[in-house]
Design a binder for this molecule. Structure first.
Ligand SMILES: NC(=O)c1ccc[n+]([C@@H]2O[C@H](COP(=O)([O-])OP(=O)(O)OC[C@H]3O[C@@H](n4cnc5c(N)ncnc54)[C@H](OP(=O)(O)O)[C@@H]3O)[C@@H](O)[C@H]2O)c1
Length: 253
């Protein structure tokens, strides 16, 4: 058995865990033995996913927080530490996108994306990081995107936020290596979820995506889970400041 992948008794906070990729990663980490904190803005949906995990034998805790708001992040971290006593793993996953031509982008739409994907991700890492520094241990997994590496004219704020995630990851990795905290990125390609299902399923878009994906299919949530378990586990102890791109080959050309 590859014991270095086991997460038995680790405490993992997964943001945006009620849907899509976040929910899949929460299930995967629970399957590897971690106790999971399910976070989104909707307490009822957090409770539902937490009870799904409990049914699979995992220990989980549901907490609603709006990660655009620093006070809400501080309350979340306080509640988790109060409940479990520590935080070993943070999956910084909650994110949104606005599809619009840059010349039509409003200030409100710009802030909608940046305030969660970049500001929220930073302050979540900061507040969890303060706890991890006390512990002298932690694994932070930031969820980027292929659009941290390549541009797209219709989702400029999203590309900016995900490019920022990569630089934030490298910088936090350097700042916190001496505290035994690993900070890495998973950068998915097109995975069908609530975030993009309307855009993705338009026939023209779907054909374009498949044509540009060397492996000739869209990604599925399960394609991301193994990398999350790896980055959360001792198997990645010597890796920090890096990105794992899971995109069917999209950014290879
Ligand atoms: N799907 C893809 O193809 C793809 C590709 C590359 C990267 N990604 C990235 O992967 C991550 C997850 O994407 P997804 O497609 O799984 O998204 P999704 O299905 O839309 O789920 C987003 C999650 O974030 C939560 N959330 C949204 N705003 C929040 C806030 N202010 N505070 C706390 N939680 C909030 C949502 O719950 P509530 O709305 O109820 O709060 C939900 O649980 C994002 O960072 C995204 O950029 C996705």
């Amino acid at each position: 058995m590859l014991t270095e992948f086991l997460l038995k008794d680790k405490i993992a906070v997964v943001t945006g865990a009620t849907k899509g990729i976040g929910r899949g990663m929460a299930q995967g980490l629970a399957g590897a033995g971690a106790n999971i904190v399910i976070v989104s803005r909707n307490q009822h949906e957090c409770d539902a996913v937490a009870s799904e995990l409990q049914d699979q034998g995992a220990v989980s805790f549901a907490y609603a927080a709006d990660l655009r708001d620093l006070a809400s992040i501080k309350e979340l971290v306080g509640a988790v530490v109060n409940h479990f006593g520590r935080i070993d793993i943070l999956v910084n996953n909650a994110g949104v996108a606005v599809t619009k031509a840059p010349e039509a982008m409003t200030e409100e739409e710009w802030n909608f994306v940046i305030d969660l994907n970049l500001k929220g991700a930073f302050f979540t890492a900061q507040q969890v990081g303060l706890q991890m520094i006390k512990q002298q241990y932690g694994k932070i997994i930031n969820i980027g995107s292929i659009f941290g590496f390549v541009g797209d004219g219709n989702i400029v704020s999203y590309c900016v936020s995900k490019g920022g995630i990569i630089q934030m990851t490298k910088s936090l990795a350097l700042a916190w290596a001496r505290h035994n905290i690993n900070v890495n990125v998973i950068a998915p390609g097109y995975i069908e979820t609530e975030l993009n299902k309307e855009t993705i399923n338009a026939e023209k878009v779907f054909t374009h995506l498949i044509r540009n994906t060397p492996l000739r299919r869209l990604g599925e949530v399960k394609d991301i889970v193994g990398a999350a378990v790896f980055l959360a586990s001792a198997a990645s102890d010597y890796m920090t400041g890096q990105s794992i791109v899971i995109d069917g080959g999209w950014v290879a050309h």
